[in-house]
Design a protein around this ligand. Structure first.
Ligand code: XMP
Length: 513
């Protein structure tokens, strides 16, 4: 295992960003709950500790406090924002409680040489977000940087290798923040850059082989990024011992099943079994219009079909693989909530491994999404898979308004296919978060040649976002929208009108449901 930097989470929304910046410097980072005992960190052999920011005041009743002994482990510590106030509070300094929060840009002047700022200019723009402020340094510390508002914006205890900064180096608004983090890792903690995609793959292959031995592994393939990368990684590790199951729920996009069969069956030569349950799904959805009801039916039927098809091929299989990612396993202390937990889940196969007496294999458990993509690329998955837009588990089931029929799905599939083609052709597909069509069961009047028509409406939903928590409608060039619209009304039978959704999230959601 590579050397680990511990990020103690005090509830900042930016904790995961810190952990990712560390990994972008090719150093392995792990997020720990703020209360983790120092003995645990020692046992894990951490080479350095970063104390995250957090929304509380060190004086508040609910203030999260770490184990004091972390300051006696003999490893370097970097406190960020709330983290530096904790250092002040715990190590004998004074922290002044302030009602007003300092928020936004500040100007850092580096006043003394410090390993944190090696190679950086003396003046930098930095990003602040804090309430309390350090007013007296703890013994052994000295100030190495100031801002207009704070004589102690950057501090250090060179003997114990403790560093503290009042601003946030992990956000892009802080100039050269990434270099400060890298200086801490390489210059202060002295760790090596061993966390690379190549090393990860080599290490995982070993680990999977050691766990699985000669056993057989089953994997539910959805066609999404996570299960695709898990499949490719497992295939590299254990080849023919892997069997993938793909459920055709009848709510897939045009050509989706064929693309999965081609890539995994023909190209990777993975043992791929397709469970065709489209008729069952559509039968159960017949006449159902209420969105939550539809979701429940789709979710339940999925688990049922998946379990049944696993049973039918189980044979000697002992393992079930899942594309669980690191953000799913972090024990979050964030009071703002973890974005990952807000994504509506549908592929809930909880309890299934126990029921079927299968052991779990989770080869992506240590990775953030961007790392998963890099692993996917390195394993030879095409760009269309690795960088594809998110697609909801219930598929087109949340994109046909009102009751779902095969005829409506067919119209939606054809319209959506046109939209995807034009998004790809114009290159906008890769620039937006999601782009898709929604079927509206509303008929409107039109003219086609000399004929009066009475056909359905298709809505285009194209949004920009970074985490799906908030989203804004994409201001695409009118020519692109025009081309999609005219192609849909000309080429897709049953559609008489195309509209563009100009709602943001909130208050609207991305999917229409
Ligand atoms: P909303 O519609 O809530 O969607 O703004 C936020 C993001 O989540 C996706 N989404 C889902 N993903 N299963 C999923 O795996 C689901 O049931 C589901 N519902 C919505 C949606 O596409 C968007 O990216």
């Amino acid at each position: 295992m590579p050397q680990t930097i511990a990020v103690l989470d005090f509830g900042s929304q930016l904790t995961q960003v810190i952990a990712r910046r560390i990994r972008e410097s090719q150093v392995y980072s792990k997020i720990y709950h703020f209360s983790t005992p120092a003995a645990q960190l020692r046992a894990d052999g951490v080479a350095g500790i970063i104390l995250s920011g957090g929304p509380q005041s060190v004086y508040s009743k609910q203030a999260p406090h770490p184990d004091r002994a972390i300051f006696e482990l003999g490893v370097p510590v970097l406190g960020i924002c709330y983290g530096v106030q904790l250092m002040g509070h715990f190590l004998g300094g004074t922290v002044a409680h302030s009602k007003a929060r300092e928020y936004g840009h500040g100007h850092l002047s580096i006043t003394k040489k410090s390993p944190l700022f090696t190679g950086l200019p003396k003046k930098l723009r930095v990003w602040n977000s804090h309430g309390d402020k350090l007013t007296k340094l703890p013994p052994g510390f000295r100030a190495v940087g100031t801002t207009d508002n704070s004589p102690f914006a950057a501090i250090e205890d060179p003997k114990r290798h403790f560093h503290g900064i009042q601003f946030h180096p992990e956000v892009f608004h802080t100039e050269r923040g990434v270099d400060m983090i890298r200086n801490f890792l390489l210059g202060v903690c002295g760790v090596k850059q061993e966390w690379t995609t190549k090393d990860f793959i080599a290490h995982s292959v070993e680990k999977i082989r050691a766990q699985v031995g000669k056993g057989r592994v089953l994997l539910g393939l959805s066609g999404g990024v996570d299960s695709s990368v898990a499949a490719a990684l497992l295939h590299k590790a254990i080849g023919k011992q892997l069997t993938c199951v793909f459920v055709d729920n009848g709510l897939l996009r045009k050509g989706e099943r064929a693309a999965v069969e081609k890539l995994y069956g023909d190209h990777f030569k993975i043992d791929l079994r397709v469970a065709d349950a489209s008729k069952l799904f559509l039968r159960r959805l017949k006449g159902v219009t209420e969105p939550e009801q539809k979701r429940k039916i789709i979710g339940r039927t999925f688990v049922e079909v998946f379990e049944k098809s696993l049973k039918s091929i189980k044979g000697s299989a002992e393992f079930l693989a899942q594309g669980t990612l690191y953000p799913d396993v972090i024990e979050s202390v964030s009071i703002q909530g973890n974005p990952a937990s807000l994504i509506k889940t549908h592929h809930n196969v909880g309890g299934l491994p126990e029921r079927m007496k299968l052991k779990l294999v989770e080869p992506l458990r240590e990775l953030f999404k961007d790392e998963v993509r890099r692993v996917g690329e390195a394993l030879g998955l095409p760009k269309e898979v690795v960088w594809r837009q998110p697609f909801p588990g219930p598929g087109l089931g949340v994109r046909v308004m009102g009751d779902i029929t095969e005829a409506k799905l067919e119209i939606l599939r054809n319209a959506d296919h046109v939209l995807q083609e034009e998004m790809m052709a114009s290159g906008h597909y890769w620039k937006v978060w999601q782009s898709f069509c929604v079927f509206l069961p509303v008929k409107t009047v039109g003219v086609f040649g000399d004929e009066r028509t009475y056909d359905y409406v298709i809505a285009m939903r194209i949004v920009e976002s970074t985490d799906a928590m908030t989203a804004d409608w994409a201001k695409l060039p009118h020519e692109v929208l025009q081309k999609i619209s005219s192609r849909i009304t000309n080429e897709v039978r049953g559609v008489g009108r195309v509209v563009y959704d100009v709602s943001s999230k909130p208050p609207a959601t991305i999917e229409w449901e």
